[in-house]
Design a protein around this ligand. Structure first.
Ligand code: ASP
Ligand code: MG
Length: 423
């Protein structure tokens, strides 16, 4: 007998008919002899609808109230799912974050899970219930309702799987796995059977709509295998697990674009120690995640600093950057919301040279100008003009031969150059 955590995204819960179908799936799994925990997102479009309500009143809603409100979508979907399971003759109980409880910090809208109590869940499972857990939400030390960031139900699912020591965490959505790139952009995209946590981390943070990044970090930390599957499609998906040698033999696993960021450039800041700290500290204090940073020191003793933030944080980041620029005596601040970050990702980059130069050559061949570059051990990213995003994806997908299944060969000999980044 296994303990299975299944997470269903909003698209799988768009209508009461879909909710009934999900109830059936969960019940079938339980009747096959498993303990089943279902983590549910809000019904399709509901969280967006709720956010729009708040933003219709003000750009900068109080975040405690924002969380109280945006968490309600999951209260509805979990109760409906429990009702649907019961109506099929099953036993089910829904639990909200505070009822479990899922304890988080107080960073409203982006809270981190700190601890999950398992007693109540275990008792309900032992009594034969399918447990339906509300995704995306928790409770802080002062009993305020918190939410875990957009797509946070994935993180709830993995955290619950880790806490209950589940055998697998299945993430169901309307796509049947993780692809070499977005099939809507490149029809020749190929589904991957298996991918490493590290690669998915890069792909998620780079905008591939696969899994919430925190869920993958958590799965990697606790060794929870994640199976990404289609709710109403084929039973084989993509397994996200620990990287092995076979995965390392593939240089590039995926190409992705991220349109969720905007660029801010603070021009002609006096070049002296502490400038970057003064600029980025207030952003951090306001929970604004800064992604790429580029600093160009010019001869005249001034420097330009460009960085990217998520579009949803842009209004706040802009205000803060303008204030900091004034305090630092910078000449001006420029904003560019029409950018896209294009990236290639692959575990094999650790042991294969020339990936970055091939990316630059490929983009140059398409007449695409590169505005910013960043790399990690297993990733090369370039910021380019928004209008070239899809072209860049197709060119890179082709250049790295991603449309063809990799030859099923193991790397020759011992792991000679392993872990040496040769980009
Ligand atoms: N309902 C939340 C959202 O739309 C959480 C989730 O779907 O995972 O972001
Ligand atoms: Mg969702």
């Amino acid at each position: 007998m296994a303990l299975v955590v299944q997470k269903y995204g909003g698209s799988s819960l768009g209508t009461t008919d879909k909710i009934k179908a999900v109830a059936e799936k969960a019940l079938t799994r339980q009747r096959a002899g498993n303990d089943v925990v279902v983590v549910a997102s809000a019904m399709q479009g509901e969280t967006d609808r709720l956010i729009k309500l708040a933003l219709g009143i003000t750009d900068l809603p109080d975040l405690r109230e924002y969380d109280s409100m945006t968490s309600t979508g999951e209260q509805v979907s979990t109760a409906l799912l429990a009702i649907a399971i019961q109506s099929l003759g099953g036993k089910a109980r829904s639990l909200l974050g505070f009822q479990i409880p899922i304890k988080t910090d107080s960073a409203f809208k982006d809270a981190r899970i700190e601890r999950i109590e398992t007693d109540r869940m275990k008792k309900l499972l032992a009594a034969g219930n399918i447990l339906v857990v509300a995704g995306f939400q928790g409770v802080d030390p002062d009993d305020n309702i918190t939410t875990l960031g957009r797509g946070g139900s994935d993180t709830t699912a993995v955290a619950v799987a880790a806490a209950l020591k589940a055998d697998v965490c299945e993430i169901y959505s309307d796509v049947d796995g993780i692809y070499t790139t977005d099939p809507n952009v490149e029809p020749r995209a190929r589904k991957l059977d298996k991918i490493s946590y590290e690669e998915v981390l890069e792909l998620s943070s780079l905008g591939a709509k696969v899994l919430q990044i925190r869920s993958v970090e958590m799965a990697m930390k606790h060794g929870v295998p994640i199976n990404c599957l289609s709710t109403f499609g084929p039973a084989t998906g993509t397994l996200v697990t620990t990287g092995d040698e076979e995965m390392e033999s593939v240089v590039v696993s995926g190409v992705t674009q991220d349109r969720k960021e905007s660029k801010i450039t603070v021009c002609q800041v006096p070049d002296r120690p502490g400038v970057a700290a003064k600029l980025f500290k207030p952003l951090a204090e306001n929970n604004i995640v800064v992604d790429m940073i580029i600093q160009n020191v010019s001869e005249a003793g001034v420097t330009d600093i460009s960085f990217t933030v998520r579009k949803e944080d842009f209004a706040r980041a802009r205000k803060i950057a303008e204030q900091s620029a004034k305090d630092l005596g910078a000449a001006r601040v420029l904003f560019d919301e029409k950018i896209v970050k294009v990236s290639v990702v692959g575990l094999g980059m650790r042991s294969h040279a020339g990936v970055a130069s091939k990316v630059f050559e490929t983009l140059a061949g398409g007449g695409i100008n590169i505005q910013m570059i960043s790399t990690s051990e297993i990733k090369v990213s370039c910021v380019v003009d928004e209008k070239y995003g899809e072209l860049a994806i197709r060119l890179l997908h082709e250049a790295f031969g991603l449309d063809k299944a990799p030859a099923a060969k193991k790397p020759a000999g011992k792991k000679a150059a392993k872990k040496k980044s040769k980009k």
